[in-house]
Design a protein around this ligand. Structure first.
Ligand code: ATP
Ligand code: GLN
Length: 146
């Protein structure tokens, strides 16, 4: 057997204070995902309607046995959520919990290191710009001080 190296050994994972969680999901699960995120204090979310091609699209294509054509793309929603490093795993777990059906086409999540966050209104950068009033960090600190 050929030796297959892990794509990302810890040495090569870029470290950052903030990460973008980019989730490509079934459109009809997005409301459920976003309300669960809001409940945990994730108040900053960007969504876009996108069309994609993955295992689900490929399956359709093979069954049809026809040439690739644009209408094989499946409608999806892309959610982009920038969070602080310590919030990454909790948010990913919540997205999976709310978006998973177990069928092909549930989607994929990409994790992207973010080098900075800038709030346009104030010019704030870094943690000051990323924190949101009443957000997850505020909720957590309210719990630990009460
Ligand atoms: P303020 O200046 O008071 O922070 P604002 O209206 O200028 O308010 P927000 O409402 O916080 O800024 O954000 C504007 C848009 O940016 C949101 O509608 C959302 O699409 C996107 N956004 C904000 N924060 C995040 C985040 N953490 N992750 C993903 N998208 C975000
Ligand atoms: N990290 C921010 C906070 O705790 C929330 C980020 C977000 O809502 N996407 O205030």
């Amino acid at each position: 057997f050929p030796i297959i190296r892990a794509q990302s050994s810890p040495d090569f994972v870029p470290d950052a204070n903030f990460y973008k969680i980019e989730a490509i999901l079934r459109p009809w699960r997005v409301q459920q995902v976003s309300s669960a995120l809001l409940k945990m204090g994730i108040r900053g979310v960007t969504v876009s309607d996108v069309r994609g091609f993955g295992a689900q699209g490929g399956l359709t294509e093979r069954q049809a046995g026809s040439e690739f054509s644009e209408d094989k793309f499946v409608a999806k929603v892309k959610m982009e959520i920038v969070v602080s490093k310590d919030q990454v795993e909790g948010v990913i777990a919540k997205i999976i919990e709310e978006a998973r059906t177990g069928e092909i086409g549930d989607g994929k999540i990409f994790l992207i290191p973010i080098s900075d966050v800038i709030r346009v209104r104030t010019g704030e950068r870094g943690e000051k710009a990323e924190r949101m009033v009443g957000g997850h960090a505020d909720m957590s600190s309210a719990l630990s001080t009460s």
